[in-house]
Ligand binder design. Structure first.
Ligand code: 3H9
Length: 706
């Protein structure tokens, strides 16, 4: 294996290059290589200064996130640690210049801050994304950055996790120079100038001894105090630890401040939120690795047809336009088409009003949108997404009509949430060109797309689905063909579990509050009210014939639909929405209905704790997830986690239901399932996969790799 750190001597300067693709992450070999390179350059009398740079497209983008997994159980990091590397760089007796390009992030930026000068390519970006992983910067960043730039700049960067541009970094004092010409030449010239100055008795001041950022202690402390109040969160400790560390940079001597940061980093690293957030980071990248992509390349897509201009169709059209594609929207008549186009215009205008789209970009997008009422205008389309009414016969009719007009090789995609892709594919002469692209509403905002693969779907059609989602900036998750695919199946299990609780003694508001305290932005009954109760009612009616008559069935939702209480749009659902209000108050009629149902079934209401609600909801989701894995519907547990994070508001810091199950312990989940089984044994029957994992001492995480 080539060295991950290489030194080339350019006359009197050592050019030290970190070469660890893809992002030059600072794993153990890189850390050791950097220490060795600094030691060697310092010991070599012919060398007067050192330049640090990253090979390929970037300066290091941080510590090696994959390496952190071994510390989840508290094991120590393999030495040398990154803080030691940074301290070694800072203590070097010869000037060290960091030359930044690409993304100098996290530990990478900390290496740069430890150097004696930072010069950046104009397009470089730098920052501290650690907070997104539930971490504090742990290699001196919280101590060095505020010493250079003060509490406000440091806290803005560390609490937002967002990188800044080189010009901004220069203005704040975090970097010293932007290279006007070649980055390496500029860095080499600077290194020599600094060596000359050092020889003349003016060595560089180490960042840890700089004071520009701490000269106004009162303002510094005021900033710290203001932030501290805002970031307190018992579940996610990193933000408040960041504030503490930045305060320590003002109040504590360098060594003690670094030790303080080190302890905070350790606390964060082993915290459940960091474990969940790091899992989410890696899962987000893993999810794009599906077998079809290894076997085929995507088809070209430039022009896309969208059938249906309802909320979903307009959202999809708008997402496609935003990604630079040409779109033809088809509706059944001119009125419906005008309404569909208007919906796109409204989405556009909102984006302009919010400053997310310029008027010029809006006009360019609008130019790429055409409409029609006759499928024949789709003859040139490379891909067509149908987003018509969720009814098999309606969708099959659309597919048959498309089959007549589409060119060979065009892809027929359905946005169905539940229906059988194979049955739809059987209605056309080219089943291998059929795929499900299940967008979530509003499709121009929601990041999830389930790519549903039927038994005949060609590999390059799957590859095209993934390529399209990437182009739209969305997370694509591969799903097999089953009623409800991944997300709606798990949602259905979640709702079944909470519906049982409604009958057993809980109220919708209690259940919603319990799930918000779990971390969901809104509870399940608030969501149903927003989406409309009639959607799941239609599904229940469709599945009624195949339902096990012996299984427990909660009629409350059906009775509400029959009464016309279908949620926000009718002003009444689980909550009452007076005068079009968006947040509701408890609906007394529903509470009475629930009480009547209890009486009818002879159920005596019992007290149900928030803890029980959360545990039942999680166990139901996890068990359904395990069934989907066993049936091959989801490729891996972390794919299920991505569906729930990006489509259903599952709290990211918990990593997703399958990761949350690993964190709770699978034995605990099994125990819960067994203890809930009394009233409805079939529903809570532990999945054989779950039992097998327990038997073989594994967890869901063991199924993610490979
Ligand atoms: C830290 O630094 C802690 C320190 O303060 C203290 C330590 C003591 N490690 O995102 P992409 C992989 S915490 C390992 O698709 P892009 C990624 O998994 C770290 N691997 O590309 C993927 O692998 P694969 C603070 C990493 O161009 C490949 O690189 N730093 C790391 O869209 C391409 O990634 C961060 O949080 C890593 N640090 O975006 C930065 N980073 O191909 C995290 C990436 O096998 N990284 N990979 O799937 C990013 O934000 C983006 O990756 C970046 C590139 C913007 C750099």
């Amino acid at each position: 294996m080539a060295d991950v750190v290489e030194t080339v001597t350019l006359d009197d300067v050592a050019l030290v290059t970190i070469d660890n693709p893809p992002v030059n992450a600072l794993g153990q070999a890189v850390r050791q290589g950097l220490i060795d390179a600094i030691d060697a350059a310092e010991a070599n009398p012919a060398i007067r200064a050192i330049v640090l740079i990253g090979a390929g497209g970037t300066f290091p983008a941080g510590a090696d996130i994959r390496e952190f997994a071994q510390f989840d159980s508290g094991a120590p990091a393999p030495e040398p640690w990154l803080p030691q590397v940074c301290n070694r760089i800072e203590a070097c007796g010869k000037p060290v210049v960091a030359a930044l390009h690409g993304t100098a992030l996290g530990g990478g930026f900390e290496v740069a801050l430890a150097a004696h000068w930072r010069v950046a390519h104009p397009a470089a970006r730098m920052g501290f994304p650690e907070v997104n992983l539930g971490l504090v910067p742990g290699a001196g960043g919280t101590q060095r950055a505020p010493r250079l730039a003060g509490a406000k700049v440091a806290l803005d960067l560390m609490l937002s996790g967002k990188p800044i541009r080189a010009t901004e970094a220069l203005a704040t004092g975090l970097i010293d120079e932007i290279a006007e010409h070649d980055l390496i030449d500029t860095a080499l010239a600077r290194a020599r100038t600094m060596a000359d100055a050092a020889a003349a008795g003016h060595p560089p001041v180490p960042t840890s001894n700089r004071t520009e950022g701490t000269r106004d202690p009162a303002a510094y402390e005021a900033e710290v105090r203001a932030r501290r109040a805002k970031v307190a969160n018992p579940n996610i400790i990193a933000p408040s630890k960041i504030v503490d560390c930045v305060e320590a940079a003002l109040l504590l001597p360098t060594e003690t401040g670094r030790a303080f940061e080190n302890a905070a980093f350790g606390d964060c690293l082993t915290s459940p939120a960091s474990i969940g957030l790091r899992h989410a980071f890696l899962a987000e990248r893993r999810v794009a690795k599906v077998p079809e992509l290894a076997r085929a390349t995507a088809r070209e897509v430039a022009q896309v047809g969208v059938i249906g201009g309802g909320l979903m169709g307009a959202g999809i059209a708008s997402a496609l336009l935003g990604a630079g594609l040409s779109v033809v929207m088809i509706e059944r008549d001119h009125d419906a088409l005008a309404k569909g186009l208007e919906r796109v215009a409204v989405i556009h205008q909102r984006a302009v009003d919010k400053g997310r789209l310029t008027e010029a970009a809006r006009d360019a997008e609008w130019d790429r949108l055409n409409g029609g009422t006759d499928m024949s205008v789709l003859a040139g389309a490379d891909l067509v997404i149908e987003a018509v009414f969720e009814d098999f016969d309606v969708k099959a009719g659309v597919f048959r009509a498309l089959d007549q007009v589409l060119k060979p090789g065009a892809i027929l995609a359905t946005n169905t949430s539940y229906l059988d892709i194979d049955a739809l594919a059987a209605t056309v002469s080219r089943p291998s060109d059929v795929i499900g692209l299940h967008f979530f509403s509003p499709a121009n905002v929601m990041k999830l797309v389930e790519v549903v693969v039927g038994k005949a779907t060609a590999d390059d059609v799957v590859a095209t689905g993934f390529a399209l989602a990437k182009r739209l900036g969305k997370i694509a998750v591969r799903a097999g063909n089953i009623d409800g695919f991944i997300g709606n199946r798990i949602l259905s299990a979640y709702r079944t579990a909470t519906d049982f609780l409604l009958e057993d003694g809980a109220t919708p508001a209690q259940i919603d509050a319990a799930m918000r305290s779990f971390g969901f932005p809104v509870g399940p009954y608030q969501v149903i009210d927003m989406a409309g109760l009639e959607i799941s009612w239609a599904r229940r009616k469709r599945l009624a014939a195949t339902r096990d008559p012996g299984a427990r069935y909660v009629d409350i939702g059906d009775l509400m639909c029959e009464a016309g209480w279908i949620g926000q749009k009718s002003g009444r659902g689980y909550y009452v929405y007076e005068n079009g209000a968006r947040s509701g108050v408890e609906n007394p009629d529903v509470l009475a209905l629930i009480a009547a149902e209890r009486d009818r079934k002879g159920i005596i209401a019992r007290d149900i704790s928030a803890n029980e609600i959360r545990r039942r909801a999680l166990a139901a989701m996890v068990n359904e997830g395990a069934h989907l894995l066993q049936a091959g519907i989801a490729l891996r547990p972390s794919d299920i986690d991505m569906v729930m994070l990006f489509g259903y508001g599952f709290p990211r810091w918990r990593g997703g239901p399958m990761k949350a199950a690993d964190q709770a312990g699978l034995v605990q989940i099994r125990k819960d399932l067994q203890s809930f089984a009394e009233g409805e044994p079939e529903f809570w029957e532990p999945s054989p996969l779950l039992l097998d994992l327990i038997k073989t001492g594994r967890n869901f995480g063991s199924l993610n790799e490979g």
